[in-house]
Design a protein around this ligand. Sequence first.
Ligand code: NI
Ligand code: MN
Length: 226
Amino acid sequence: MKVTNYGHACWHIEVGGTKLLFDPFITPNELASHIDINTIECDYILITHGHEDHIADVEAIAHRTGAKLVSNFEIINWFAAKGIDNGHPMNIGGKWKFDFGTLTYFTAQHSSMMPDGAYGGNPGSFLIQTAEGNFYHAGDTSLMMDMKLIPLLMKLDFALLPIGDNFTMGVDEAIIASDFIECDNIIAMHYDTFGYIVVNKEIARSKFEAVGKQLKFIEIGESFNI
Ligand code: NI
Ligand code: MN
Protein backbone atom coordinates (compact mmCIF):
# COMPACT_ATOMS: atom_id res chain seq x y z
CA MET A 1 0.00 0.00 0.00
CA LYS A 2 1.19 3.50 -0.81
CA VAL A 3 -0.26 6.15 1.49
CA THR A 4 -0.02 9.86 0.58
CA ASN A 5 -1.04 12.77 2.79
CA TYR A 6 -2.95 15.57 1.03
CA GLY A 7 -3.53 17.49 4.25
CA HIS A 8 -6.20 17.70 6.96
CA ALA A 9 -8.16 14.40 6.70
CA CYS A 10 -7.40 13.85 3.01
CA TRP A 11 -5.37 10.74 2.21
CA HIS A 12 -4.67 8.94 -1.04
CA ILE A 13 -4.15 5.21 -0.60
CA GLU A 14 -3.13 2.92 -3.42
CA VAL A 15 -3.92 -0.70 -2.79
CA GLY A 16 -3.50 -3.47 -5.35
CA GLY A 17 -3.64 -0.99 -8.23
CA THR A 18 -6.83 0.68 -6.96
CA LYS A 19 -6.63 4.30 -5.85
CA LEU A 20 -8.70 5.53 -2.91
CA LEU A 21 -9.08 9.20 -1.99
CA PHE A 22 -10.45 10.14 1.44
CA ASP A 23 -12.15 13.41 2.41
CA PRO A 24 -10.74 15.74 -0.26
CA PHE A 25 -10.25 19.25 1.15
CA ILE A 26 -7.27 20.56 -0.77
CA THR A 27 -7.99 23.76 -2.75
CA PRO A 28 -9.29 25.70 0.32
CA ASN A 29 -6.42 24.39 2.50
CA GLU A 30 -3.57 26.92 2.52
CA LEU A 31 -1.23 24.27 3.91
CA ALA A 32 -1.87 22.15 0.78
CA SER A 33 -1.43 24.97 -1.78
CA HIS A 34 1.38 22.97 -3.48
CA ILE A 35 -1.06 20.13 -4.33
CA ASP A 36 -2.85 20.38 -7.68
CA ILE A 37 -6.11 18.45 -7.52
CA ASN A 38 -6.01 18.02 -11.30
CA THR A 39 -3.06 15.66 -10.90
CA ILE A 40 -4.85 13.34 -8.47
CA GLU A 41 -6.01 10.04 -9.91
CA CYS A 42 -8.56 7.99 -8.03
CA ASP A 43 -11.07 5.18 -8.53
CA TYR A 44 -13.02 5.85 -5.31
CA ILE A 45 -13.69 8.91 -3.18
CA LEU A 46 -14.55 7.97 0.39
CA ILE A 47 -16.35 10.60 2.46
CA THR A 48 -16.62 10.31 6.25
CA HIS A 49 -19.15 13.12 6.78
CA GLY A 50 -20.68 16.21 5.20
CA HIS A 51 -18.59 19.05 6.62
CA GLU A 52 -16.91 21.34 4.10
CA ASP A 53 -13.42 20.47 5.35
CA HIS A 54 -14.04 16.88 4.15
CA ILE A 55 -15.86 17.37 0.85
CA ALA A 56 -14.66 20.65 -0.71
CA ASP A 57 -13.02 19.03 -3.76
CA VAL A 58 -15.32 16.02 -4.18
CA GLU A 59 -17.30 17.52 -7.06
CA ALA A 60 -14.30 18.62 -9.13
CA ILE A 61 -12.37 15.39 -8.67
CA ALA A 62 -15.41 13.16 -9.19
CA HIS A 63 -16.32 14.99 -12.42
CA ARG A 64 -12.80 14.67 -13.84
CA THR A 65 -12.02 11.09 -12.75
CA GLY A 66 -15.47 9.49 -12.71
CA ALA A 67 -14.51 7.99 -9.34
CA LYS A 68 -17.20 6.18 -7.37
CA LEU A 69 -18.26 7.94 -4.16
CA VAL A 70 -18.64 5.88 -0.99
CA SER A 71 -20.34 7.40 2.04
CA ASN A 72 -23.55 7.33 3.99
CA PHE A 73 -26.92 7.24 2.23
CA GLU A 74 -27.68 10.93 2.75
CA ILE A 75 -24.34 12.20 1.41
CA ILE A 76 -24.51 9.92 -1.65
CA ASN A 77 -28.02 11.25 -2.37
CA TRP A 78 -26.89 14.86 -1.89
CA PHE A 79 -24.16 14.43 -4.52
CA ALA A 80 -26.50 12.48 -6.82
CA ALA A 81 -28.86 15.50 -6.80
CA LYS A 82 -25.88 17.55 -8.10
CA GLY A 83 -25.42 15.09 -10.96
CA ILE A 84 -22.67 13.00 -9.38
CA ASP A 85 -24.59 9.76 -9.43
CA ASN A 86 -21.78 7.19 -9.41
CA GLY A 87 -22.17 6.52 -5.71
CA HIS A 88 -22.36 3.63 -3.28
CA PRO A 89 -24.60 4.43 -0.28
CA MET A 90 -23.90 2.79 3.07
CA ASN A 91 -24.88 3.20 6.68
CA ILE A 92 -23.26 2.68 10.05
CA GLY A 93 -22.02 -0.84 10.74
CA GLY A 94 -22.57 -2.10 7.20
CA LYS A 95 -19.83 -3.58 5.08
CA TRP A 96 -19.39 -4.21 1.37
CA LYS A 97 -16.86 -6.14 -0.65
CA PHE A 98 -15.31 -3.80 -3.23
CA ASP A 99 -12.59 -4.77 -5.73
CA PHE A 100 -9.92 -3.37 -3.36
CA GLY A 101 -11.19 -5.16 -0.25
CA THR A 102 -13.96 -5.15 2.32
CA LEU A 103 -15.03 -1.75 3.63
CA THR A 104 -17.04 -1.18 6.79
CA TYR A 105 -18.68 2.22 7.27
CA PHE A 106 -18.10 2.49 11.00
CA THR A 107 -19.21 4.96 13.66
CA ALA A 108 -17.73 8.33 14.51
CA GLN A 109 -18.87 10.55 17.37
CA HIS A 110 -19.27 13.93 15.67
CA SER A 111 -21.88 15.75 13.51
CA SER A 112 -22.59 15.88 9.79
CA MET A 113 -24.29 18.70 7.90
CA MET A 114 -23.82 19.51 4.23
CA PRO A 115 -22.49 23.00 3.33
CA ASP A 116 -25.98 24.11 2.20
CA GLY A 117 -27.51 23.06 5.53
CA ALA A 118 -28.93 19.77 4.24
CA TYR A 119 -28.91 16.80 6.59
CA GLY A 120 -25.67 14.88 6.17
CA GLY A 121 -26.68 11.65 7.90
CA ASN A 122 -24.61 10.22 10.72
CA PRO A 123 -20.88 10.91 10.58
CA GLY A 124 -18.76 7.85 9.96
CA SER A 125 -15.32 6.35 9.61
CA PHE A 126 -13.86 3.64 7.41
CA LEU A 127 -12.47 0.24 8.32
CA ILE A 128 -10.80 -1.30 5.29
CA GLN A 129 -9.54 -4.86 4.99
CA THR A 130 -7.38 -5.63 1.97
CA ALA A 131 -4.98 -8.36 0.84
CA GLU A 132 -2.17 -5.87 1.61
CA GLY A 133 -3.31 -5.03 5.14
CA ASN A 134 -6.07 -3.45 7.20
CA PHE A 135 -6.51 0.16 8.24
CA TYR A 136 -8.85 2.64 9.91
CA HIS A 137 -9.63 6.19 8.76
CA ALA A 138 -11.35 7.50 11.88
CA GLY A 139 -12.90 10.59 10.27
CA ASP A 140 -13.73 13.33 12.75
CA THR A 141 -14.49 11.75 16.09
CA SER A 142 -14.09 11.95 19.81
CA LEU A 143 -12.55 9.08 21.69
CA MET A 144 -15.40 6.60 21.87
CA MET A 145 -16.09 3.18 23.35
CA ASP A 146 -17.06 1.85 19.89
CA MET A 147 -13.36 1.80 19.08
CA LYS A 148 -13.09 -1.20 21.42
CA LEU A 149 -15.17 -3.16 18.89
CA ILE A 150 -12.57 -2.77 16.17
CA PRO A 151 -10.10 -5.45 17.42
CA LEU A 152 -13.03 -7.85 17.56
CA LEU A 153 -13.60 -7.20 13.84
CA MET A 154 -10.05 -7.10 12.51
CA LYS A 155 -6.36 -6.62 13.24
CA LEU A 156 -5.29 -3.15 12.10
CA ASP A 157 -1.93 -2.50 10.43
CA PHE A 158 -2.23 1.25 10.77
CA ALA A 159 -4.74 3.93 11.77
CA LEU A 160 -5.28 7.54 10.71
CA LEU A 161 -6.52 9.36 13.81
CA PRO A 162 -7.52 13.01 14.32
CA ILE A 163 -5.33 14.65 16.96
CA GLY A 164 -6.12 18.37 16.60
CA ASP A 165 -8.52 18.58 19.55
CA ASN A 166 -11.37 21.17 19.77
CA PHE A 167 -13.45 19.63 16.91
CA THR A 168 -12.24 16.04 17.49
CA MET A 169 -10.22 14.15 20.03
CA GLY A 170 -6.74 15.45 20.84
CA VAL A 171 -3.39 13.80 21.40
CA ASP A 172 -4.15 12.47 24.90
CA GLU A 173 -7.35 10.79 23.72
CA ALA A 174 -5.61 9.44 20.59
CA ILE A 175 -3.21 7.57 22.90
CA ILE A 176 -6.18 5.91 24.60
CA ALA A 177 -7.76 5.27 21.19
CA SER A 178 -4.65 3.42 20.06
CA ASP A 179 -5.13 1.13 23.08
CA PHE A 180 -8.82 0.65 22.27
CA ILE A 181 -8.14 -0.24 18.63
CA GLU A 182 -5.04 -2.31 19.59
CA CYS A 183 -2.88 -0.59 17.01
CA ASP A 184 0.40 1.20 17.73
CA ASN A 185 1.00 2.40 14.18
CA ILE A 186 -0.80 5.74 14.47
CA ILE A 187 -0.65 8.45 11.82
CA ALA A 188 -1.82 11.94 12.77
CA MET A 189 -4.45 13.91 10.85
CA HIS A 190 -6.86 16.84 11.34
CA TYR A 191 -4.32 19.25 12.87
CA ASP A 192 -2.82 22.68 12.04
CA THR A 193 -5.36 23.54 9.29
CA PHE A 194 -7.20 26.10 11.41
CA GLY A 195 -6.21 28.13 14.45
CA TYR A 196 -8.36 25.98 16.72
CA ILE A 197 -6.44 22.80 15.89
CA VAL A 198 -2.79 23.86 15.82
CA VAL A 199 -0.69 21.14 17.42
CA ASN A 200 2.82 21.18 18.86
CA LYS A 201 4.25 18.12 17.08
CA GLU A 202 7.21 17.67 19.43
CA ILE A 203 4.94 17.55 22.48
CA ALA A 204 2.53 15.23 20.69
CA ARG A 205 5.32 12.84 19.70
CA SER A 206 6.83 12.86 23.19
CA LYS A 207 3.46 12.09 24.79
CA PHE A 208 3.21 8.98 22.61
CA GLU A 209 6.85 8.07 23.32
CA ALA A 210 6.24 8.37 27.06
CA VAL A 211 3.86 5.40 26.85
CA GLY A 212 6.04 3.40 24.44
CA LYS A 213 4.09 4.32 21.31
CA GLN A 214 4.92 6.24 18.17
CA LEU A 215 2.89 9.01 16.53
CA LYS A 216 3.79 9.66 12.90
CA PHE A 217 3.40 12.99 11.12
CA ILE A 218 3.53 12.82 7.32
CA GLU A 219 4.27 16.07 5.46
CA ILE A 220 1.58 17.20 3.02
CA GLY A 221 2.46 15.73 -0.37
CA GLU A 222 4.65 13.01 1.19
CA SER A 223 3.99 9.27 0.99
CA PHE A 224 4.93 6.13 2.85
CA ASN A 225 4.69 2.48 1.94
CA ILE A 226 3.32 -0.18 4.22
NI1 NI B 1 -16.29 17.60 10.84
MN1 MN C 1 -13.30 18.18 10.12
